[in-house]
Structures are given as structure tokens and as C-alpha cells.
Design a protein around this ligand. Structure first.
Ligand SMILES: [Zn+2]
Length: 327
């Protein structure tokens, strides 16, 4: 039996994405297999922690500079201007169908350096908390996946090191759905996990709908997200590398039938809709859109009631009009 393969998923500089719903979807994978152990972590909190005087001693000057420089970049609508439901910004920009220019964004390598510094700091912070709170069964994950809404220069949307994959949602457009943004996040989590643990040395050029497809632009990754397979060549490479258990575990999570649909009350899809207000089959953007939710409600359970109400209003209108004319 292989070691537990621990992966921590975190969101950084995200203001729009439905993080809690995404976390629920990511953690649901733990129930399906026992090789990979997914956890989630609030990295943004680290920046709050370093600002506290009590923590100054454990952050050096270089780190503090890196961290304070880690600010959301290239958003069209600053957080303070976002709507009350927080769904403007990324999503509003995405809906107008216009591509953000490639020179809009920050350098991806620079961002990865900053993210790595933040992960190192998070590890130190957790170590200290573990000692203080006597939580010695804690094992800090070796591998991290960070999703950000920061856009990168030249349309780059993902970069990886041995222990960290950074994925930008900054160029996600609702026109790319389906799949929904949450399915994209889930699939990118699985692709990063495959990259970390399957022993496949690199991506391949040809598009096969495989987690190891080389996708130059986020739009190209759509097929990989929809198909979500590990191709025969990559399967054989993984087995030759002695990673059969990891491969089997991965295959059990990439078949998304476990998500189910909203007609079954105990399905993951149902919980996502009821608890987090995110319908995987209706919501397209980074968070649930109010209009989408409205139409979903109209077209499902209360259709008949709605039609009845509409008919009553129409009848009242006609009666009023008839009555006025008769008078
Ligand atoms: Zn492949």
C-alpha cells in the first residue's frame, strides 16, 4: 500500500469564486478512495497573520515584502466597487464576451515565487500551532494547489513546480461553460494530483482529453475538463513507474458520476445546490448567478405555480382592460 498522498488546495486573491462550494466538491473526493487525501487551507489568512505584531518574529523582512506585494492584480472592478453579492468583477467582465488583452496581468513566475513563500510561511505557522495546541497527529501536506483570480501576462493560466501548482481563474469566461467553473476547479485539482503522483514525466502535445494534455490557453483546457481521462499511453507510463495504486485511485475520482444530479436529495450535486446555492448544471460563472438561480427555480419545482400566477395576472389585466372599455 502506498503512503497517503496529501494534497492541500487553497484560494489566494479570490473575490468571486464560490470557495466554500469548491472546497466541498474537492473534499468529497476523500470518500471515494483512500490513496489521496485532499485538504483545504485559508492562505489569505496568512497575510492577516503576518501583519500582527506577535507574528513579526517569525516572518523575515524578505518574506514580508513578498507577501505585502501579493495583491490582486489586473481586476477590472476593484473589490470595493463590486456588487452587494460580490458577483461583479471577474464574472461581469467575462459576460461581455471580450477577451482581456494578453498584456493585462502579472508575471506568472513572480507570482509562483510569492505563492511558494506563502506556502513556506503557512507550513511554519501550522507547525507552531500544532506544538501550541498539541495537535501532533497533524501532517502538513507536501503538495499544494493554489487557485487565484489574478490574471497572468501572455494568457498563461497555470504553472507548476515539484510541490506547487498555481492555476489562474482570471481568464475564466462564462462562455466556456459547460463545464461550470467549479467543475473546472475540480478537474484542475485532479490534473495537478496526477502530475504530482502518477510518475508521468511531462505533458503531451496532442489533445486527447487526457489530464496530461498540453493546453496552451485556458479555452483549450475545456476538452480536458469535459473528457477528463488518463490516456492509454499515460496509464502505461504510470504503471511502469510503479504507480498503479495511485492510478486506480485517480480513475475512481475523475469519473464524475459520483457527483450525481439534483434530482437525488443525497447527491453531492444536490448538497451543492441546497447548501451552497451552486447548481453545477445551471451555474456557469465562478459563483452562482442570481438570474441563473431564478430561472432554475422557475423551470423546476414551481413551474406549474408560476404559470398559474402568470395566467391569473393576464386574466386580471384583460378584465381590467375590458372593464375600462365597457365603462
Ligand atoms: Zn495522456
Amino acid at each position: 500500500m502506498p503512503d497517503v498522498r496529501r494534497v492541500c488546495v487553497a484560494f489566494l486573491d479570490c473575490h468571486t469564486v464560490a470557495q466554500r462550494a469548491a472546497n466541498y466538491l474537492i473534499l468529497s473526493q476523500n470518500r471515494l478512495q483512500r490513496v489521496f487525501e485532499f485538504s483545504v487551507f485559508n492562505l489569505d489568512r496568512m497575510r492577516v497573520e503576518v501583519a500582527k505584531p506577535v507574528n513579526h518574529m517569525f516572518v523575515d523582512e524578505t518574506e514580508r515584502e513578498l507577501l505585502t506585494g501579493l495583491i490582486p492584480a489586473s481586476r477590472d472592478v476593484p473589490p470595493s466597487d463590486a456588487g452587494a453579492d460580490g458577483t461583479q468583477g471577474v464574472e461581469a467582465q467575462a459576460d461581455d464576451g471580450a477577451e482581456a488583452p494578453a498584456n493585462d496581468g502579472v508575471d506568472i513566475d513572480e507570482y509562483v515565487d510569492r505563492a511558494l513563500a506563502l506556502v513556506r510561511l503557512a507550513r511554519r505557522y501550522v507547525d507552531r500551532e500544532v506544538r501550541t495546541e498539541d495537535l501532533e497527529t497533524t501532517t502538513v501536506p507536501a503538495k499544494w494547489i493554489i487557485f487565484t483570480e489574478t490574471r497572468f501576462l501572455n494568457n498563461y493560466y497555470s504553472s507548476s513546480t515539484d510541490d506547487l501548482v498555481v492555476v489562474s481563474l482570471g481568464r475564466w469566461r462564462t462562455a466556456m461553460a459547460p463545464p461550470s467553473a467549479l467543475e473546472f476547479i475540480l478537474r484542475m485539482t485532479q490534473a495537478a494530483t496526477a502530475e504530482f503522483f502518477l510518475g508521468v514525466p511531462s505533458e503531451h502535445y496532442f489533445t486527447k482529453g487526457c489530464l496530461f494534455d498540453y493546453n496552451e490557453y485556458i479555452q483549450d483546457a475545456r476538452l480536458m475538463v469535459l473528457v477528463g481521462d488518463v490516456c492509454e499511453s499515460c496509464r502505461r507510463t504510470a504503471i511502469e513507474a510503479g504507480r498503479e495504486a495511485e492510478l486506480v485511485a485517480l480513475l475512481s475520482i475523475i469519473d464524475h458520476t459520483w457527483i450525481g444530479d439534483t434530482t437525488k436529495s443525497d447527491s453531492v450535486a444536490s448538497v451543492l445546490k441546497k447548501v451552497f446555492d451552486y447548481d453545477l448544471y445551471v451555474s456557469r460563472g465562478l459563483s452562482a448567478n442570481r438570474l441563473e438561480t431564478f430561472w432554475d427555480n422557475v423551470t423546476s419545482s414551481s413551474t406549474q405555480e408560476f404559470i398559474r400566477l402568470l395566467a391569473a395576472v393576464l386574466l386580471a389585466y384583460l378584465l381590467l382592460k375590458f372593464g375600462l372599455k365597457a365603462g
